[in-house]
Design a protein around this ligand. Structure first.
Ligand SMILES: [Zn+2]
Length: 272
């Protein structure tokens, strides 16, 4: 009797496992079917995230020499800088991307992005996307001026919103969070002639409610600081990036993060 009970329990467990596997496979099929397109060879896109490029010893600040070493590596190894529009065209409609695409982004809109990073980016033929805190632009010498922003825009740089005041949206009421999203967009439109299509979460803080507010405010996509490469399964309102820091081994860390992200992600080692 005990043997039969044990046997039945095992059969039940096996059936349960089968059901779970079947459900997972159906869910996977549905997720794919719900998309407008499935590329034959999906590409993972690294979205690099920088802040300051200056001669200051701080983990969020790369020296110009460190930044140049990374840009030179990308250029020598055949990477092509893309725009967020190209990334979204690929994710939503399967439009093709250049070989070895990379999206270079900066948060906060520091003046050194123009003074130090911009000449290096131009030297290697790259453009970047910069997320601006609109109340800080032109406020003091630490931040970009609107004239600098317009000059970079003329040369292919893209500007997104990083709110008005850099407050984490998860800490604000929905009304205040919406105001940060729409008022920063309005100011960028006033200064640059077009509404920004992309947003980056201040401090990386977001949740489903905040994602919805970003969508309602009219942005096409939003960038997090969650580690990972972007692929066809990525949520457009929770785009992964690769944060890059200054350390004793800045280049080594950049190289590992750039080249190993995809594999480590698949093994679920890196994603948080
Ligand atoms: Zn920021």
């Amino acid at each position: 009797m005990r043997y039969i009970q044990k046997h039945i329990t095992l059969v039940c467990l096996a059936a349960l496992l089968l059901c779970v596997l079947l459900a997972a496979s159906v869910a996977g099929t549905k997720a794919v079917a719900g998309r407008r397109y499935q590329p034959a060879e999906p590409t993972d896109v690294p979205v690099l995230n920088y802040h300051k490029v200056d001669n200051i010893d701080h983990s969020l600040v790369l020296t110009p020499a460190e930044f140049e070493e990374q840009m030179s590596y990308l250029a020598e190894n055949g990477y092509h800088a893309i725009t967020p529009d190209q990334l979204m065209g690929y994710l939503k409609y399967g439009r093709s991307l250049p070989d070895k695409p990379v999206l270079i982004t900066f948060d906060d809109g520091y003046a050194d992005n123009y003074v130090n990073a911009y000449p290096i980016l131009k030297k290697y033929g790259f453009t970047a996307t910069i997320f601006l805190i609109t109340d800080f632009i032109g406020a003091d010498e630490r931040f970009l001026t609107w004239d600098q922003v317009r000059e970079m825009q003329k040369n292919g740089f893209v500007f997104g919103s990083h709110t008005v005041n850099h407050q984490p949206l998860t800490k604000l009421s929905p009304e205040d969070a919406s105001a940060e999203l729409t008022e920063s967009a309005r100011e960028i439109e006033r200064q640059l002639g077009a509404k920004p299509r992309y947003f980056a979460y201040p401090t990386g803080a977001y949740n489903l409610k905040v994602e919805e507010l970003v969508r309602q405010a009219g942005y096409r996509a939003a960038f997090t600081i969650r580690y990972g490469q972007v692929g066809i399964e990525s949520d457009p309102y929770a785009i992964e990036r690769i944060p890059l820091y200054h350390s004793r081994k800045t280049f080594r860390s950049f190289y590992c993060r750039l080249t190993a992200a995809s594999l480590l992600e698949r093994l679920s080692i890196f994603k948080n």
